[in-house]
Write a protein that binds this ligand. Sequence first.
Ligand code: ZN
Length: 199
Amino acid sequence: MSLKNQVETQLPTDWGIFKIIAYSEDADDWMPHIVLVHEKTDFEKPVAVRLHSECLTGDIFHSLKCECGKQLHRAMDYFSKNGGILIYLRQEGRNIGIIDKLKAYKLQEKGMDTVQANLSLGLPSDGRSFDEAITILEDLDVKSILLLTNNPEKIKAFENSKVTLIDFISIEIEPTKENEGYLRTKRDFFKHFLNLASI
Ligand SMILES: [Zn+2]
């Protein structure tokens, strides 16, 4: 089976009107990838794209342990001015799922960082692939993109794809006391493009 556009319709939001599309292999999938295409998107020019891995705690509950929710809203602000596409990937906890992510949080309370916690649960430090996101962009007939990211793995994912990555736009969020350890691991272990001069 392969990923299919299951349904598309309009979604008015605080950031303007989007086309919302659900992509999954199976029409009964309760957790399809969700794509939002802003009404201002011009497919003749490089399209701003954010590949956002689901983070329930950050995106919905505005957790201070990570900066996912703030990055999501920064991307939505960008799309409201310039157009663009959000691909909301159902990859909770870098694809370990919400239960294991919360187990990892428990271990972090005892002093482990996000990588040590995942590894001690027998899980990968990052279990994500961005191949499905690229399949979706190809299906939408996107030719070239500007990627909103700090993550070199997301940039690398476009190396052998039909979608040309023209450039990336960094979305660095100010560290806070609650997330600075997490951001430091992102910078030092995952090699994200973050300056974070203060930490
Ligand atoms: Zn998060």
